[in-house]
Design a protein around this ligand. Structure first.
Ligand code: NAP
Length: 268
């Protein structure tokens, strides 16, 4: 397999991202002579950047706010990226720019690990807070869980309604307490808690014993995850999803599985 010319993360902003840290740790562990770099690219700069990366034969990841825009630049799209409507991983294949989405598998693995550690089966009811790009990846994963229903709460109904049109067994609930009241799993897919200590759902509102999965990550876990766990909820933050989506991207770019322990060590 031919190595990509370079590996990049496209976002705006990108300084907060742990992706360079975990990918560079895995590249060093595998003795692959590449560096993964974050590029802070404004929406106006994206078309020229994509032209340049395509000509170079680069590969990479995409984060807020470019996942939909990069989808439009790709020549080919994997089924899962088409289902989500967003690209978080791209690469050149046979002269074509291929867009993929590894967030779905990353979320699925993070949720299943949380369930396994808690000794629970697939949830009957999942409450999802937020209706953006990450929420679409969650909806695509939950749609594959046999019988699970997804209830979405978001501060504005339009994006939640759009997800309901696209994904099976999904509904919108305008009242947060009603959205979470019967949930076996509550997922935060908003940025709440990333740059402050705010909670997407008050701890007192969580049903007894429900699992809590925060897609937000930061070193030392989010305040919401710590508070949920202290109240007796099996809980984890977005670090496992980050590492799992990164591991899948690494594999498709480079043809080898990364050393996940090296990634975890670098991120914690
Ligand atoms: P996005 O497309 O911008 O969507 C964000 C969602 O959060 C929207 O529904 C937005 O509502 C809502 N929101 C934003 N600020 C809010 C607030 N103050 N109160 C209530 N709702 C608010 O972003 P995204 O790509 O889905 O990412 C969401 C979060 O997931 C980010 O923190 C991101 O870092 C995290 N994430 C983690 C991973 C991982 O691997 N762990 C992967 C992907 C994303 P409006 O539509 O009304 O603005």
């Amino acid at each position: 397999m031919t190595l990509p010319a370079r590996l990049v993360l496209l976002g705006h902003p990108v300084a907060h991202s742990l992706s360079p840290t975990i990918h560079n740790a895995a590249l060093r562990a595998a003795a692959i002579p590449l560096e993964y770099t974050a590029l802070d690219i404004s929406p106006a700069q994206l078309p020229e950047t994509m032209r340049m990366l395509r000509a170079e034969g680069a590969a990479g990841n995409v984060t807020i706010p470019h996942k939909r825009a990069v989808f439009e630049f790709c020549d080919r799209i994997t089924d899962v990226a088409r289902r989500v409507g967003a690209v978080n991983t791209f690469m050149m294949r046979d002269g074509a720019l291929l867009g993929d989405n590894t967030d779905v598998a990353g979320f699925d693995m993070a949720a299943r690990t949380l369930m396994r550690n808690a000794g629970t089966a697939l949830p009957k009811r999942v409450a999802l807070v937020g209706a953006g790009g990450a929420a679409a990846a969650v909806a695509a994963a939950v749609e594959e869980w046999n019988g699970s229903e997804l209830v979405i709460w978001s501060r504005g109904p339009a994006r939640a309604e759009a997800l309901v049109q696209r994904f099976a067994r999904t509904s919108v609930e305008g009242d947060l307490s009603r959205a979470v009241c019967d949930a076996d799993l509550v997922v935060n897919a908003t940025p709440l808690g990333m740059s402050d200590d705010s909670f997407p759902v008050p701890i007192a509102m969580l049903p007894s014993g429900c699992l809590v999965l925060d897609l937000v990550y930061k070193r030392g876990e989010t305040e919401w995850v710590c508070a949920a766990r202290a109240a007796g909820h099996p809980a984890s933050d977005g670090l496992r999803m980050l590492i799992e989506q990164a591991a899948r991207a690494f594999h498709v770019w480079l043809g080898v599985a990364p050393d996940r322990d090296a990634m975890w060590k670098a991120a914690t």
